[in-house]
Unconditional design. Structure first.
Length: 569
């Protein structure tokens, strides 16, 4: 490709509405443009990177036994009604009606579609295992589309679905995908970590998120500082923390005027925050009140709370009226004295506390010497708190560290959730009818591209890992108007192409400084400069974008050197 034929409109200024670096750099490098809120055009350079990431994904999916298919994006509501998700999916689903009034959605994911496809075709255990995937646009009406490709409303996803005859087979398919993901993100040149994750609304037993480590990420993950345990903050399991042994004192109600926050309570009573109990009051979508108690210095993990509430999908803050009607007092809550039948969840660490302080369900009053084990009746105890820096690893007990990252992919076991609901069965070796055992595995292609830029850039622009760079090498004649220089550059460019290097010839007649700036901004891994010194002395300048190193090669050795550099970056 010649730059004079390339549509790559670079920008000198940072567009005002681009919030994060990857988005700014992709716009400035002429790789993408915004169409509407959460929707983007890919321009040629951006699309080349997308296609390279897709190709890596394809190769690894195929190597793991996957077969590529393509399903319709438009999905009939009936399938989603069969699985029960038409109602459950919520506002993120883009719904529409056709001219006959039939309901559809633009696929946010394809479990229902593929289960419907496979149930009509797969009849026997002999057809299993089966892994089918596609790479295609998905639609989600995100509450807050932002950060460019990171969280958009239309985005490209690779989604693979596995079908097995039993749980053992499913776990094997899961492991194959896990290994394939490891290979994909490694080949994309990313620093990442597979982290244990919550399955969320999709259901199933276990899951990992493949998280690209960068401060710009929206995911918060807990990583053990000793072993390889890593989990998303939603998932991280926490064993109850022990409190120092103390004799239980008699419960005492004390006046604590104006102390409706933990901070003010700690200050007023002069007790350590670890001795206080804090309450958060929620309501589910079916208006059930749920009171959650954690230690004063801990936070509630709403995902863990939801797991304790069979069938509940969402939590919102409870209003004061419903708290009062259950016998509670906002700002001064305690499980002691709440109306029987109210849902009370207590974090396991709270149950270990001795002579603690909690509200007294009365304005301006608290209880001292609360001993949950003795005083809390009819409460449900569970791990409910959010992990924080320094919490002990559930595997080895060493302190964990909170790190930020971008979830680029996720793998799930699904079991028979969809096959059982939708009647996708097969006949096993004994001729017995059984539901297929499934797994599903997604990668955000655009999000992976954005994550790569968040991890690989400097003040001058992007620094692409060669495997996903729009071009691996750019050949720049300093004066493209000079026919001899241009001809020399063309031979180098041709030679690179012939030997399999993905090269661009920057044959524009711009000033060299302008071209160099663009090269740095777009982030080609290697730049070859052809100038007067090349013609006079045979010197070929090779510059590495990542390190800034400059080499002076000859016509004889530059090609081998460039290949060696590309392999090592
Ligand atoms: P998130 O928690 O970030 O909303 P998710 O867990 O809902 O993502 P999955 O259903 O696991 O997403 O989808 C598989 C992959 O698709 C994700 O790992 C991510 O890379 C990508 N993805 C999901 N939502 C978006 C989006 N709105 N924009 C871009 N990529 C997305
Ligand atoms: Mg996910």
């Amino acid at each position: 490709m010649r730059a004079t034929n390339l549509y790559a409109p670079t920008l000198r200024q940072t567009p005002a509405d681009a919030e994060i670096l990857s988005h700014q750099l992709m716009l400035r490098a002429g790789m993408m443009r915004k169409s509407a809120n959460g929707m983007y055009h890919f321009l040629p350079l951006g699309w080349r990177t997308i296609r390279k990431i897709e190709q890596i994904i394809r190769e690894e999916m195929d190597a793991a036994g996957g077969q590529e298919i393509c399903m319709p994006i438009l999905q009939p509501a009936e399938y989603w009604e069969e699985s029960g998700r038409w109602a459950a999916y919520g506002a993120e689903m883009m719904r529409m009606k056709d001219r006959h009034g039939h309901e559809y959605c633009l696929g946010p994911t394809h479990e229902e579609m593929i289960t419907a496809l496979v149930r009509d075709e797969v009849r026997s255990y002999k057809q299993l295992p089966l892994m089918l995937y596609q790479i295609q646009d998905k639609f989600r009406d995100e509450r807050r589309p932002r950060f460019g490709l990171m969280r958009s409303r239309e985005f490209i996803m690779k989604d693979l679905y596995s079908f097995d005859k039993d749980v053992e087979g499913m776990n094997l398919s899961y492991q194959k995908m896990y290994d394939a993901y490891d290979a994909i993100f490694t080949r994309c040149g990313l620093e990442f970590r597979p982290v244990e994750a919550d399955n969320g609304a999709i259901g199933g037993a276990h899951s990992h998120e493949f998280t690209v480590l960068t401060d710009a990420g929206e995911s918060s993950i807990a990583c053990c500082t000793e072993c390889d345990y890593a989990a998303s903050d939603e998932k991280a399991e926490l064993a109850p923390l022990e409190a120092p042994e103390e004799d239980m004192q008699a419960l005492e109600k004390v006046a604590t005027p104006g102390t409706n926050t933990i901070d003010s309570l700690v200050e007023f009573l002069g007790v350590p925050i670890e001795k206080t109990i804090k309450a958060v009051a929620y309501e589910t979508e079916s208006n059930e009140l749920v009171l959650v108690f954690v230690r004063g210095d801990h936070d509630v993990n709403e995902v863990k709370v939801l797991h304790q509430l069979e069938g509940a999908l969402e939590l919102r803050m409870a209003d004061e009226e419903s708290i009062r009607s259950a016998g509670g007092c906002p700002g001064f809550m305690s499980p002691i004295g709440i109306k029987a039948g109210t849902r009370i969840l207590v974090d396991a660490t709270v149950m270990k506390m001795r002579n603690a302080v909690s509200g007294a369900n009365e304005v301006d009053f608290h209880y001292k010497n609360v001993n949950p084990e003795r005083d809390f009746k009819e409460v449900r105890v569970a791990d409910l708190r959010l992990v924080k820096d320094g919490d002990p690893c559930p595997r080895c007990g060493a302190p964990m560290k909170m790190t930020r990252g971008i979830e680029a992919g996720q793998v799930f076991t699904l079991g028979t959730k969809y096959s059982a609901a939708m009647g996708a069965t097969f006949l096993d070796e004994q001729g017995k009818e059984k539901p297929l055992v499934m797994g599903c595995y997604g990668i955000g292609v655009g999000r992976t591209m954005a994550a790569a830029i968040e991890q690989h850039h400097d003040e001058n622009g992007i620094i692409w890992p060669p495997s996903i760079a729009p071009f691996e090498v750019v050949v720049v004649p300093i004066q493209a108007k000079n026919p001899e220089q241009l001809r020399y550059a063309e031979t180098v460019y041709e030679e690179l192409k012939t030997s399999g290097v993905d090269a661009l010839l920057d044959d524009r007649t711009e000033r060299a400084g302008v071209k160099f700036k663009d090269c740095d901004l777009i982030g080609y891994p290697v730049r070859i400069t052809i100038g007067p010194k090349t013609l006079e002395e045979g010197d070929i300048e090779v510059k590495v974008r990542k390190s800034g190193e400059v080499f002076h090669d000859t016509k004889e050795n530059y090609l081998a050197h460039v290949k060696e550099l590309l392999g090592s970056l």
